[in-house]
Design a binder for this molecule. Structure first.
Ligand code: KIV
Length: 263
């Protein structure tokens, strides 16, 4: 059976083994993740960890397309989702034109859009044109300035019910799955139970249908800030710095290049 998941197999995965999604921004890492990941997200988080910006808001569609092309080259056997950057899906027609660009210029399997109920019309327009859409509800990084920071959601019953409504609206609009970010675990569980599409959590506890992490966070490569929900599976920053230190001292001592590295 081919490894690559499809919209259908992802939807069928609801209620079975949780799905693993990881971000990637280039072919180098995508190639490493290709045999392992269920889904790769080319997240606009690249604007922070790759481009060094303070938030995701200045990522452009051209940048997302460039990085998605690279990830698709590196991970041909993995279902790839391209994040639609801030300001590229304000209306249905704008979203459709930009999503069509993503499909025509890359091999992405799907696009992701932040926003629940208020984006349902847009999601419906895209899915009715044959575009696979992953929703994104809860903490919305593209709303960071509007909300005055990254705010955990689901802290009261009114907000919990609003999140359930968001998920149902995204599902009814035809999304094949949904990312839920920065939500109290018990509320995320209620959201996952309320819809038939897989709900992939980030900072949303374990009672959902899968987990996504930003690769540079989980590999310990991004030093400026480590959110509470991140598990670092590697001390990547220390490993890289130690290797580069050793290279420098080898250069200075002329231990590198040795005979085996010399023509
Ligand atoms: O941009 C991104 O990496 C994301 C994840 C945080 C889900 O949207």
């Amino acid at each position: 059976m081919p490894k690559k998941l499809t919209v259908t197999s992802i939807m069928k995965a609801k209620g079975s083994t949780p799905l693993m999604m990881i971000t990637a921004y280039d072919a180098l890492f995508a190639r490493l993740f290709n045999p392992i990941a269920d889904m790769i997200l080319v997240g606009d988080s690249l604007n922070m960890s790759f481009a060094g910006k303070p938030d995701t808001l200045s990522a452009s569609l051209d940048q997302m397309i460039y990085h998605t092309q690279a990830v698709c080259s590196g991970a041909p056997d993995t279902f790839i989702i391209c994040d639609m950057p801030f300001g590229t899906y304000k209306t249905s027609e704008e979203a459709l034109a930009n999503a069509i660009r993503v499909y025509q210029d890359t091999k992405a399997d799907a696009i992701k859009i932040e926003g629940g109920k208020r984006k349902a019309d847009i999601i419906e327009r895209l899915t009715s044109e044959g575009i696979a859409v992953c929703g994104h509800i809860g903490l919305l990084p593209q709303s960071v300035r509007g909300e005055g920071g990254y705010k955990v959601k689901g802290k009261d019953e009114t907000n919990a019910l609003a999140l359930i409504d968001d998920a149902k609206a995204v599902e009814a609009a035809g999304a094949f799955c949904l990312v839920i970010e920065g939500v109290k675990a018990d509320v995320a569980e209620r959201v996952a139970l309320a819809v038939a599409i897989p709900v992939i959590g980030i900072g949303a506890g374990s009672a959902v249908d899968g987990q996504v992490l930003v690769f540079s966070d989980m590999l310990g490569l991004y030093e400026p800030f480590v959110p509470k929900f991140v598990k670092q599976y590697l001390d990547g920053a220390e490993a890289v710095k130690a290797a580069v230190e050793t290279f420098k001292s080898d250069v200075q001592s002329r231990a590198f290049p040795a005979q085996e590295h010399t023509y």
